[in-house]
Design a protein around this ligand. Structure first.
Ligand code: F6P
Length: 340
């Protein structure tokens, strides 16, 4: 997000505009309003750092009330802030929840443009979202490390990764990191197929087996595993790696360990690709404002930054095609999806 902020500030200042950042995202727009002026000086060098210098709120008052059903009072508060500060446009950076809120503001007369942000890469209106590549890099680093210990000890290692209900992080991370099995929500797996595959590999002399499992993956007929039922309206996924490891141990007798990569995937220095995409999105958002294309968000399609209406974009998720090229490539290099 910092790359987007830096690019926005630099390109806006070039046009003679001033930029302010709302502290903790939408929360800063409503009482008690909290913002700071973003300048060339105080955004210097932030492209190389993950996160956001203005903070964010994942399940705050705004998302809970406006994102999940419109709240008139909150909308009015935002409009008042926009008016009081004399804002010409609002850039909303977020995933489908935040962009839904952005669309509601737009429909209520607020000049909004959007920037898609999610490590899951699961928005259909854009081929890539920034954060995804850095999350995948984190998975690959973890697999590189796990591979050496698993091979030395002749073990099975199960790595649980994020992705919400999409398998992109698991698929790309697993493919690049040399996983032997990848379990994703789009391809329900069977414990029998999975364990037979693992057993065959190990008995035919493989030194180790690395299994990457997406947090949203489930066995055929099984349920997605949940850590706790509801934090402000949204469940948290997790626990599938432990279940998978238990089944492998019980059915094959092989020593199996689990690692849950968790929030490591959401931090640290962004990759080159994410820095560039974030920068292109930031510049693109300023261009949208210049062209008065409110109600639109930047997207990345066919190697170009373009624009789509936020309305068109939100809610249209992008899942891994189970018969798609990347899955087929993975299968062609011997990776099992636990389904056959
Ligand atoms: O939405 C992104 C995500 O990282 C999911 O992949 C994960 O399940 C969830 O957020 C974790 O939420 P929290 O940061 O609230 O624990």
């Amino acid at each position: 997000m910092n790359a987007v902020i830096r690019a926005t500030v630099v390109s806006a200042y070039t046009l003679g505009w001033e930029v302010i950042g709302f502290i903790d995202g939408y929360e800063g727009l409503i009482f008690p309003v909290n913002h700071k002026v973003l300048t060339l000086e105080n955004t210097q060098g932030i492209t190389a750092t993950g996160g956001t210098i203005i903070g964010t709120t994942s399940k705050g008052r705004f998302v809970a009330k406006s994102g999940l059903g419109e709240n008139e009072q909150i909308t009015q508060e935002v409009k008042k802030t926009v008016l009081n500060l004399g804002l010409h446009a609002l850039i909303c950076i977020g995933g489908d929840g935040s962009l839904t809120a952005a669309e509601q503001l737009f429909e209520n007369g607020v000049p909004v443009v959007g920037v898609p942000k999610t490590i899951h890469n699961d928005l259909s209106a854009t081929a890539w979202t920034f954060g995804f590549d850095s999350a995948v890099q984190c998975v690959v680093d973890a697999l590189d490390r796990l591979n050496t210990t698993a091979a030395s000890h002749k073990r099975v290692l199960v790595l649980e990764v994020m992705g919400w209900h999409a398998g992109w992080i698991a698929l790309y991370g697993g493919l690049a990191g040399g996983a032997d099995v990848i379990l994703i929500p789009e391809i329900p797996f069977s414990y029998e197929c999975l364990c037979t595959h693992v057993e065959k590999r190990m008995s035919s002399g493989a030194a180790s087996t690395l299994v990457v499992v997406a947090e949203g993956a489930a066995s055929k007929g099984g349920e997605v595993m949940i850590v706790d039922s509801a934090t402000k309206g949204q469940v948290r996924l997790g626990g599938i790696a432990t279940r998978v490891a238990q089944e492998i141990m019980e059915r094959t007798g092989l020593e199996t360990r689990t690692v849950v990569l968790g929030h490591l995937q959401r931090g640290g220095a962004p990759t080159i690709q994410d820095r560039i995409l974030g920068t292109r999105f930031g510049v693109g958002a300023v261009q949208l404002i210049q062209e008065k294309k409110f109600g639109h968000m930047v997207s990345y399609l066919n190697y170009q930054i373009g624009a789509v209406t936020i309305k068109e974009a939100v809610g249209q998720m992008k899942y891994v095609p189970s018969e798609g090229q990347v899955v087929k490539t993975a299968q062609a290099v011997g990776i099992s999806f636990g389904d056959s």
